[in-house]
Design a protein around this ligand. Structure first.
Ligand code: FPP
Length: 231
């Protein structure tokens, strides 16, 4: 992708797994299975293009109120990709970081996740943030309470360091698939000046060319940050 300004941080709301499966008369779990396969494919392509930071919304705090059988299937997928198939993640050769509270997950799943984050901790080139039981409002309230417990006022710089994304630059581009046009409690603080891109494609069908289209669209935008920009 020549003459294209790449985002330094791209984030994905991977929506549409269930509908994608339903249209194929398959169970929702099949949609999630294909969704996670697509997640590794698209993340790999993003890193290959030269984007150093990728964030994916795998499981929101609100998703945890889905029926238990769907949750069990999602936990099984996490088990698989952080266990037996973990090379699908580790071969990306990037540091894997978890955003969200994984303490509510089954103990063995937590152990697998921690093992992968430790195994990849020394990879310096890129960063893949996987959001699991992540909710932006919960993150902000937690940060406020931490600031209060410190007994001093926070400013923007010190507040950012209390979020789970401490030390990570804000996303430049947030891509949501599945046709819905909302943020669904994703990175609300960090998204203040993110460019948003919505695709009608369901996540399992969102391919490498779709990613390149989203990036080209981003590249053509004039980011003014409230200023008057280039004329
Ligand atoms: C949204 O589709 C997708 C999710 C709630 C789950 C996404 C999870 C994965 C891709 C797997 C994560 C696994 C690992 C190993 C990180 P939806 O179910 O809301 O689809 P719908 O809107 O069509 O119903």
């Amino acid at each position: 992708m020549r003459n294209i300004k790449l985002p330094a941080h791209i984030a994905f709301i991977m929506d549409g797994n269930g509908r994608w499966a339903k249209r194929r008369f398959r169970p929702r779990a099949y949609g999630h299975k294909m969704g996670v396969q697509n997640m590794t494919k698209i993340c790999s392509h993003a890193f290959k293009l030269g984007i150093p930071i990728v964030t994916v919304y795998a499981l929101s705090t609100e998703n945890l109120s889905r029926p238990q059988d769907e949750l069990d299937e999602l936990f099984d997928l996490i088990r698989l990709y952080f266990g037996k198939k973990r090379e699908k993640l580790t071969e990306l050769q990037v540091k894997i970081n978890i955003l969200g509270d994984i303490s509510v997950l089954p103990e063995d799943v937590q152990q697998d996740i921690l093992a992968v984050t430790e195994e990849t901790a020394h990879y310096g080139e890129g960063l893949l943030n996987i959001c699991i039981n992540y909710g932006a409002r919960q993150e902000i309230v937690r940060a406020v309470n931490t600031a209060v417990s410190y007994g001093r006022f926070a400013d923007e710089a010190s507040f950012k360091e209390l979020l789970s994304t401490a030390g990570i630059p804000d996303p430049d581009l947030i891509v949501r698939t599945g046709g819905e046009v909302r943020l669904s409690n994703f990175l609300l603080y960090q998204a203040a000046y993110a460019e948003l891109y919505f695709s009608k494609k369901m996540w399992p069908a969102f391919g490498r060319r779709d990613l390149e289209r989203a990036i080209a669209n981003y590249s053509a935008r004039d980011r003014r940050y409230g200023n008057i920009g280039r004329k």
